[in-house]
Design a protein around this ligand. Structure first.
Ligand SMILES: NC(=O)c1ccc[n+]([C@@H]2O[C@H](COP(=O)([O-])OP(=O)(O)OC[C@H]3O[C@@H](n4cnc5c(N)ncnc54)[C@H](O)[C@@H]3O)[C@@H](O)[C@H]2O)c1
Ligand SMILES: [Zn+2]
Ligand SMILES: [Zn+2]
Length: 407
């Protein structure tokens, strides 16, 4: 089959690789009909995540048709159309029973990313996300093996196009978890750092939940303009405004700061040359630029919610400010499985239309081009979806107006 594989920093290509086979009795083989490139894939693409090996297949946002099932699979059958959560969870361990699927302690044979780990088990395996997270081949491919198929695959109705439901695999539940973790509701104020796909869908969720003021910080004018037009955010360009948190605080009631803040940027945050250099030299695990801004923008007693990926240590972390303001921090990989029924209902009722953020539709064969464009923010790229040519199935047309680049 054809699959997108890694060959060193900034070097990915579509190769012919062996077809996946059932390895465990609760596996399925999925024929992929649509897959997407995530901001998390960019960390891998840029060579920033350790334990990624040449030939590894990327991709953790995908959906398709069940092709084959292992003998112990009861939840789905061949022919079912399903979206696959990027988190691989057993469904029955200590954490899965609490709906903390990303903490599943039964699926990851890798060591996970905790530096000071002691004896605790690793969190869940993730598709296509390094050998720390289990080295499970990803879904930017024609076919993919899906382990723990009685817990992950989520059946979706045939009335909804792939584009409408594909983001249930990751970025929609990620945005939803990030925003609900802030505790905001009707009339609240929220600031979102990062206007990438996760930030944009966070704005969509905040709008749905009744937020009154939504600030959005980034430095790509086209992303900010899109968020302003689509979700009514108040845009702030950090290339033009050296201290967005100050600008945000001054526009909130009583200059108290926002009720909640979402860091949808993560460890590659731009804006601090020192930290960029230190992180590149591995003297610092992550850039603390966005996180410091988040801590500064939020009100006392507020919540800093962090879907953006961080690794290791940050020196410039103002823990004293967080203490003085009495802040709550919520973060981590998304417990995808937990949110799917609720989010599908929001999509069916038209309260969420995650597909509108798609800017580029390419074939799987053009995946390397998709990575380059998404990484370099070329052609006003917001979100790339890929379709394996031979697996394409006829589905209702999406009504959005984004450019169709597929040949
Ligand atoms: N927690 C999870 O389960 C989960 C799931 C999906 C994605 N993620 C993470 O969420 C983050 C965002 O993903 P994405 O797909 O939107 O990626 P993206 O790379 O497209 O978007 C990140 C945006 O942040 C902006 N940015 C950079 N520095 C900034 C700063 N200092 N202040 C404000 N904005 C800044 C960039 O210009 C870019 O537009 C990534 O770290 C990704 O790994 C986490
Ligand atoms: Zn992702
Ligand atoms: Zn589990």
């Amino acid at each position: 089959m054809r699959a997108l594989t890694y060959h060193g920093a900034h070097s990915v290509k579509v190769d012919t690789v062996p077809d996946p086979v059932i390895e465990d009795s609760d596996d399925i083989i999925l024929r992929v009909t649509a897959t997407a490139i995530c901001g998390s894939d960019l960390h891998l693409y840029r060579g920033k995540i350790p334990t990624v090996e040449h030939g590894d297949i990327f991709g953790h946002e995908f959906m398709g048709i069940v092709e084959e099932t292992g003998s112990a699979v009861t939840a789905v059958q061949p022919g079912d159309r399903v979206v696959i959560p990027f988190v691989i969870a057993c469904g029955s361990c200590f954490f899965c029973q609490m709906d903390l699927f990303a903490a599943c302690e039964k699926t990851n044979t890798g060591r996970g990313a905790i530096l000071n780990k002691k004896a605790i088990p690793s969190g869940a395996a993730l598709f296509g996300f390094s050998h720390m997270y289990g080295g499970i081949p990803g879904g930017q491919a024609e076919y993919v093996r899906v382990p723990k198929a009685n817990t992950g695959p989520f059946k979706v109705p045939g009335t909804l196009s792939d584009e409408k439901v594909l983001f249930l695999s990751d970025i929609l539940p990620t945005a939803f978890q990030a925003v609900t973790n802030t505790g905001i509701g009707n009339g609240s104020s929220i600031a979102i750092y990062g206007a990438g796909p996760v930030g944009l869908l966070s704005a969509a969720c905040a709008r749905m939940l009744g937020a009154e003021q939504i600030f959005m910080v980034d430095h790509h004018p086209y992303r900010l303009a899109y968020a302003q037009k689509t979700y009514g955010v108040i845009p702030i360009n950090f290339d033009e405004d050296a201290d967005p948190a100050d600008t945000i605080v001054r526009q909130t009631k009583g200059m108290r700061g926002v009720d909640g803040v979402v860091d949808a940027v993560g460890f590659e945050a731009k804006g601090s040359t020192t930290e960029t250099v230190l992180a590149t030299l591995k003297l610092e695990g992550s850039s603390g630029k966005a996180l410091r801004q988040c801590i500064a923008a939020v009100r006392r007693g507020g919540v800093v919610s962090v879907p953006g990926v961080y690794s290791g240590f940050i020196h410039g972390f103002l823990f004293g400010d967080a203490f003085d303001k009495g802040l709550t921090f919520r973060m981590g990989q998304t417990h995808v499985q937990r949110y799917l029924p609720e989010l599908l209902e929001h999509i069916e009722m038209g309260r969420l239309s995650p597909e509108v953020i798609i800017s580029h539709r390419l074939s799987l064969e053009q995946a390397a081009e998709g990575y380059r464009m998404f990484d370099k923010k070329e052609d006003d790229c917001r979100k790339v979806i890929l379709t394996p040519d031979d697996n394409r199935i006829a589905l209702p047309e999406s009504d959005d107006t984004a450019a169709v680049l597929a040949t």
